[in-house]
Design a protein around this ligand. Structure first.
Ligand SMILES: Cc1cc2nc3c(=O)[nH]c(=O)nc-3n(C[C@H](O)[C@H](O)[C@H](O)COP(=O)(O)OP(=O)(O)OC[C@H]3O[C@@H](n4cnc5c(N)ncnc54)[C@H](O)[C@@H]3O)c2cc1C
Ligand code: SF4
Length: 604
């Protein structure tokens, strides 16, 4: 693990205090820090003075009421590919221009990468631009794609189709590991990364965003302060970049407050849920770089989705099922579909004799070009999958997330140094290859609104003939939460019991996700109206939250009178955000829990 300046150091299992840990040298090449300041709780007054000296004029530290306030030039929320690319690019431009900007990144995972789940077949285009020397710098990108197969599955057969993917020059990686490495690169350039701290609130000055506040820590379930209470810290930025990934909670607030979707003439966003395991398989079955995608079984013809199977290194494979969240049947259970999928005759033999290393789930954007919001708000911008730059036919969003972060960094620098405005990020986006890529791919996903076969036909035409040149743009169907039918239109689905070798129950899988939240903290899953689950979701939709949640957070259990009541096991939450998206009445609101909680991924 890399060392870090960590003013706000978070760890999932140890309560956080304001501490200085790690490097004892000035990142601008100045004098070493006083050894007395290392590894000890900060007295805010002393350290305020100290930090003022250390950071120079561009940053100051103060206590405002109960909480501390730290000022930066740029505050970035989320240490994913987008946030870290923005941070790295900012520091690079500073070096190129012989200037400096203070940049901090706040990350809710206990470690950088701990909340990152992806496929991942990695297209290195943005990384080539950002860190062209990456091949010489021990980047965890070792396995070039060696073969590309596309299969249509029926219950018992696998039919090979021409692969629409062109993964030549791409790599099979763990994105969680790539961002850990990017974190070290960012720190080497002087970026301050604070893992274990969740940005819970946007700070405004009138209607301009002036930073974020991290969540208070040490609050008990009933709202009282525990002995360990520490107020949240205001991280104030002259510019704030939001890089929370798909369905970010602050991003959603900002998009609503500033009407960004309407301003960008964007349609609603559409989503899918990806459920994934990393397996270690028998050596004779392992083919590093082999990439397989499937469509069809176990999903029905009306449900868009498919599987991915990527051979990594060290006998590891990345295996997952992606299910579009506009599915109609409320009895569908994406977790169980994935368990069933692994028993297909084309998949099961590969897994036999192997074992699961990690499990997790995460949503991804599918709205593409039609759903891009205006990504600039007063005081900052939204980057990466929070804005929704994933290319659906490629199933790739890492390279576009990174590039959007780089463009926003360039806009931030010119705003702070040359007096332009963040609007230039929007212009740069529309001139960039992200725009061209997403525009070309725009009709692929909505074509599947008409079912699997028309969708396949249309996507083949787009891919091989029209290449985005059709003179129209298809619209998305209903938002995902409105797509769920009432239960009486469907019959319950009987899923097979897990066999404990290939398929597993939820508690076993959860254990493999290393998920952990402090039990005695305010719930981070809010019901806007607590009556809706029992009065609407259960009678009308047969309680779909008990099935779409891949961590069984929502359970209907009988009360003393035998009536079914919704019980929320918030501590199991994988931060996938499916409930925030799919709840039929949009009654569930996902907010960030105390920092450091949630999954602990390392190879996802
Ligand atoms: C199942 C699946 C398969 C995929 N396969 C591929 C693939 O093969 N190739 C590809 O290129 N892309 C793939 N993608 C897409 C890719 O993972 C995303 O496009 C990419 O991760 C987006 O990067 P990001 O930085 O925008 O967001 P993320 O990677 O989601 O990172 C966001 C970070 O912000 C943190 N965060 C969020 N909110 C807060 C907050 N309030 N406070 C503090 N921290 C916060 C999160 O913990 C996280 O670390 C896949 C995605 C999924 C789900
Ligand atoms: S509670 Fe919501 S965010 Fe958490 S795992 Fe379940 S569906 Fe995902």
């Amino acid at each position: 693990m890399y060392s870090r300046i960590s003013l706000l150091r978070g760890r999932a299992n140890s309560f956080k205090k304001l501490v200085f840990v790690g490097r004892k040298y000035d990142l601008r090449g100045g004098s070493p820090l006083s050894p007395g300041c290392g590894l000890s709780p900060i007295n805010s007054t002393t350290c305020g003075r100290f930090l003022g000296r250390f950071w120079g004029e561009s940053r100051s530290y103060s206590t405002a009421g109960e909480g501390e306030s730290i000022e930066y030039d740029v505050v970035i929320v989320g240490a994913g590919p987008a946030g870290l690319s923005a941070a790295i690019r900012l520091k690079q431009i500073c070096r190129e221009n012989d200037s400096d900007l203070s940049v901090c990144v706040v990350e809710k995972g206990a470690e950088v990468g701990a909340h990152i789940l992806s496929g991942n077949v990695f297209e290195p285009r943005a990384l080539d631009e950002l860190l062209p020397q990456w091949k010489n710098e021990e980047a965890p990108i070792h396995v070039p794609v060696s073969s590309d197969k596309f299969l249509f599955l029926t219950k018992n057969h696998a039919i090979s189709l021409p692969s629409p993917f062109n993964n030549k020059g791409n790599y099979v990686i763990s994105l969680s590991q790539l961002v850990q490495w990017m974190g070290t690169k960012a720190e080497e350039l002087g970026v301050e990364i604070y893992p274990g701290f969740a940005a819970g609130e946007v700070l405004y000055d009138n209607d301009t965003v002036v930073g974020i506040k991290t969540n208070d820590m040490g609050i008990s379930k009933d709202g009282s302060k525990k002995e360990t209470f520490q107020p949240g810290v205001a991280l104030k930025g002259r510019i704030t970049l939001i890089a929370e990934g798909c369905r970010g909670s602050l991003s959603e607030t900002l998009m609503k407050k500033f009407n960004l979707r309407e301003r960008g003439n964007g349609q609603h966003q559409t989503y899918a849920l990806g459920i994934k395991e990393v397996w270690e398989i028998e050596v004779n079955k392992h083919k590093p770089g082999s990439v397989i995608h499937t469509l069809g079984w176990p999903l029905d013809n009306k449900t868009y989705g498919g599987s991915f199977l990527y051979h990594m290194y060290n006998r590891q494979i990345s295996l997952g099922l992606v299910v579009a969240l506009d599915y109609q049947n409320p009895y569908l259970n994406p977790y169980e579909e994935f368990q069933r999928f692994k028993h297909h005759p084309a998949i099961k033999p590969l897994l036999e004799g192997g074992n699961v290393l990690q499990y997790g789930a995460r949503t991804l954007n599918e709205g593409g070009f039609q759903s891009i919001p205006y990504p600039v708000f007063p005081g900052g911008a939204i980057i990466g999958c929070s804005a929704g730059f994933l290319n659906v036919p490629k199933i790739k969003g890492t390279h576009t997330a990174m590039k959007s972060g780089m463009l926003a960094a360039e806009a931030a620098f010119s705003t702070l140094h040359e007096g332009s405005s963040m609007e230039v990020y929007w212009d740069a986006l529309r001139r960039s290859w992200i725009w061209e890529e997403l525009r070309q791919a725009r009709n692929y996903r909505p074509a599947f609104e008409y079912g699997l076969i028309p969708g396949l036909g249309m996507s083949a035409l787009e891919n091989y003939i029209f290449k985005g040149r059709l003179p129209f743009t298809l619209k998305h169907g209903k938002p995902d939460h409105e797509a769920t039918d009432v239960a009486k239109q469907h019959t319950p689905i009987e899923y097979p019991r897990p066999d404990g070798n290939i398929s597993f129950d939820v508690p076993t899988s959860l254990h493999r996700s290393n998920t952990n939240h402090g039990h005695d903290q305010p719930p981070h899953l809010h019901l806007k109206d607590p009556a809706v689950p029992e009065q609407v979701n259960l009678p009308e939709y047969a309680g779909p939250e008990s099935r779409y949640c891949p961590a069984r957070v929502y359970e209907y259990v009988p009360d003393e009178e035998g009536k079914l009541k919704l019980h929320i096991n918030a501590q199991n939450c994988l931060h996938c955000k499916a409930c925030d998206i799919k709840d039929p009445k949009q009654n569930i609101q996902w907010t960030v829990p105390e920092g450091g909680g949630g999954p602990g991924y390392s190879v996802m």
